[in-house]
Design a protein. Structure first.
Length: 213
């Protein structure tokens, strides 16, 4: 399900800062060479992630779900001079492709790319995060939230992607699949968590933004 009429989306993109040449190349090459290119955050969402990061000026960012690195490069834009973004992906098949883009970026030295299962790696991270982006397997969104919560500083922000799941979270009259149920549970859990405030933005596939009290 597309949430916006195509003409409105095109207009929004035409009036949004352009992607850097490297991000534009990554966007193009991911679509040309990599399976499931819909997973890439893309131009509009990428600029929004860059905005959040630029406002927050994070010292530490955690990203769960690197894919080809588009969102990592956008989030890294706001890091402080000593800042670091740790990004985790379980899929080693994309490692060389993704690393080649990090290496070509002036922000590459601020990106710590780990190939691992996030559920196993996160408990070993001894860091306090200013910003977390959850964008991996939907069944584990609730687990990732619980694993990172105490590692996020008060005032820190957690963003989760795909929380509208192509509109499946409001579809009635058909069986709810496991991913959709996991996202329904996740959205409920965050919305009723007294430790945070939240806003669900219907941008692209839905971004849940949570800030910790
Ligand atoms: C939607 S894509 C990430 C897109 C990327 N953040 C972007 O915006 O361009 C989801 C990624 O999560 C990864 N993933 C799935 N399960 C994972 C796990 N248990 N631990 C780490 N990464 C996982 C997948 O391999 C995939 O690359």
């Amino acid at each position: 399900m597309d949430f916006l009429p195509a003409a409105i989306e095109a207009y929004a993109l035409a009036h949004t800062s352009a992607e850097s040449p490297l991000l534009a190349q990554l966007n193009r090459e991911t679509h040309a060479k990599v399976l499931q290119s819909r997973m890439l955050s893309g131009h509009l969402q990428g600029r929004l992630l860059a905005l959040f990061s630029t406002i927050l000026r994070p010292r530490r960012i955690l990203e769960i779900g690197t894919y080809t690195g588009y969102s990592a490069l956008c989030l890294a834009e706001g890091l402080t001079d000593e800042g670091l973004l740790i990004t985790i992906d379980i899929n080693e098949e994309l490692e060389a492709f993704t690393r080649s883009f990090f290496e070509r970026s002036p922000l590459g030295h601020k990106i710590d790319f780990r190939i691992a299962n996030a559920a196993t790696l996160i408990p070993t991270l001894d860091e306090t995060f200013d910003l977390v982006f959850i964008d991996a397997d939907k069944l584990n969104y609730g687990l990732y939230y619980d694993l990172v919560f105490d590692k996020v500083r008060p005032g820190g922000v957690i963003i989760a992607d795909n929380v509208l799941w192509s509109g499946k979270i409001v579809q009635t009259g058909r069986k709810i699949d496991k991913d959709t149920q996991a996202l329904l549970d996740f959205n409920q859990k965050l919305h009723h968590d007294p430790r945070v405030s939240n806003v669900l933005l219907p941008v692209r596939d839905g971004l849940m933004i949570v800030w910790k009290h």
